[in-house]
Write a protein that binds this ligand. Structure first.
Ligand code: CUA
Length: 181
């Protein structure tokens, strides 16, 4: 039983067993393999993005998002009342997460670059772009900035993949990618 001391009191002086040493070496090497895989996956996997992160006050982020929506809104997303925003290529684009929606929907042009800013107004949310399977954590108080250049047209879903309460499963945003015109 664990509450009794080992029979041999100076057990830490016993030389390490060969099999245990082998497992320590294997575990250490595997740790190194996984560490370098992170770097390789960034280069070849194209899923660990080169993001920038800055501190930002949620109110400031909301105000910037609202200013963009007012300027570039083109329509609403079906009957949801969520605006669809078509910002000019090269511009700063904002998408905010809150309980339980992504706001607003975006309409981007294929093969054009945008600076996409992501932040949360309340809890932690997850930005999971489907079906491209690009994933980022979105926190209140910080903005993630990524340079995006859509390489395919179509309708993409932004699924929240961090559990954020009762409405988590309904938290789906939209990014439309259209041909350049
Ligand atoms: Cu937001 Cu889950």
């Amino acid at each position: 039983m664990a509450i009794l001391p080992p029979e041999q009191r100076l057990w830490w002086n016993v030389p390490i067993q060969r099999s245990e040493l082998i497992w320590i070496v294997i575990a250490f090497l595997w740790g190194l393999v996984m560490f370098f895989t992170m770097i390789l996956w960034h280069v070849w996997g194209e899923q660990n993005l080169s993001n920038e992160a800055y501190r930002i006050d949620p109110d400031t982020f909301a105000a910037r998002t609202e200013a963009m929506v007012e300027k570039y809104k083109v329509r609403e997303e079906g009957t949801t009342g969520i605006p669809v925003v078509r910002p000019p290529p090269g511009s700063d684009v904002y998408m905010l997460a809150r309980l339980w929606q992504w706001y607003p929907s975006l309409e981007l042009q294929k093969d054009q670059s945008y600076r996409l800013h992501l932040s949360s107004l309340d809890w932690q949310h997850g930005f999971s772009l489907q079906p491209a399977n690009i994933n980022l954590q979105v926190h209140p108080g910080y903005e993630m900035v990524i340079t995006v250049r859509p390489n395919a047209t179509g309708e993409f879903s932004v699924v929240c993949n961090e559990f954020c309460g009762i409405g988590h499963h309904t938290m789906v945003g939209k990014i439309h990618v259209v041909d350049k015109n």
